[in-house]
Design a protein around this ligand. Structure first.
Ligand SMILES: C[S@@+](CC[C@H](N)C(=O)[O-])C[C@H]1O[C@@H](n2cnc3c(N)ncnc32)[C@H](O)[C@@H]1O
Length: 225
């Protein structure tokens, strides 16, 4: 799939541009490893930590194959999923302010957040569905989680690669743009002065996949911060 290949290529470009120490790389949102060029990254880093809230079979299989070099770290980067599962209400602001980093054996020399930024609000918002009806409070909460992840990345004090969709375009059956969302304003402070090392369209729902002939394309960008 072109999006997966584009993600892999952007990660390698970003790693080569950042030229970090080769001891350890941390890959965030790495639960299914589909979009990760692990073999090529293992040529560049002695140890790779895959971080996600949940891991698929392939990620587990890979770490069994290279137990000394590939490690899994199960961690919720928002820090509030367990709390929401119990309380089912909007969390107090102070819970969202301080980034909670997992304890790793080695501090990473390079951190990449891979196609997970805009996914982060999904599970939390799911816990609040039917419990919180204030749409604008929910939207603010979702934006806070996204901005919290950017602070979380910066808290490692290492070169960062961020790969994320930045725009969502919905088309009608005639190929006319019906509506779109743009997330770039959320990234502005984070990407100021950073290098964009990739931009590509991701046809997440090609024509024929949605009802009424509608289709959807996302624009993805890769940044070296
Ligand atoms: C669209 S997938 C990204 C694909 C992925 N980069 C891969 O390995 O192919 C989004 C990922 O974000 C992870 N994720 C969602 N919420 C998370 C959270 N709160 N903390 C850590 N990972 C999370 C999901 O489990 C999923 O693996």
């Amino acid at each position: 799939m072109p999006h997966l290949a584009a993600t892999r290529a952007a990660l390698l470009r970003a790693a080569d541009l950042a030229r970090p120490n080769p001891a350890c790389a941390l890959l965030v949102g790495a639960g299914s490893v589909h979009d990760l060029p692990l073999a090529q990254l293992m040529d560049r880093f002695e140890r790779i930590v895959l971080l996600d809230i949940a891991f698929g079979v392939e990620a587990r299989r890979m770490t069994k194959r290279w137990p000394k070099r590939l490690h899994l770290c199960r961690h919720d980067v928002t820090g509030i999923v367990d709390w929401l599962a119990r309380h089912r209400r909007l969390p107090p602001a102070e819970m969202l302010i301080r980034p909670v980093l997992p304890l790793l054996e080695i501090k990473p020399d390079w951190v990449a957040s891979v196609n997970c930024l805009t996914q982060l609000p999904l599970l939390p918002l799911n816990y609040l569905a039917d419990k919180v009806s204030d749409e604008s409070a929910l939207e603010t909460f979702g934006r806070t989680l996204i901005q919290g992840h950017l602070r979380w990345l910066q808290a490692w004090r290492a070169p960062i690669c961020l790969i994320s969709e930045v725009e969502d375009r919905h088309f009608d059956r005639h190929g006319v743009l019906a509506d779109s969302s743009d997330y770039r304003d959320l990234l502005q402070g984070f990407t100021a002065g950073a290098a964009c090392v990739g931009r590509w369209p991701w046809q997440i729902h090609p024509p024929g996949e949605l009802a009424d002939g509608r289709h959807e394309t996302r624009i993805v960008e890769a940044w070296c911060v």
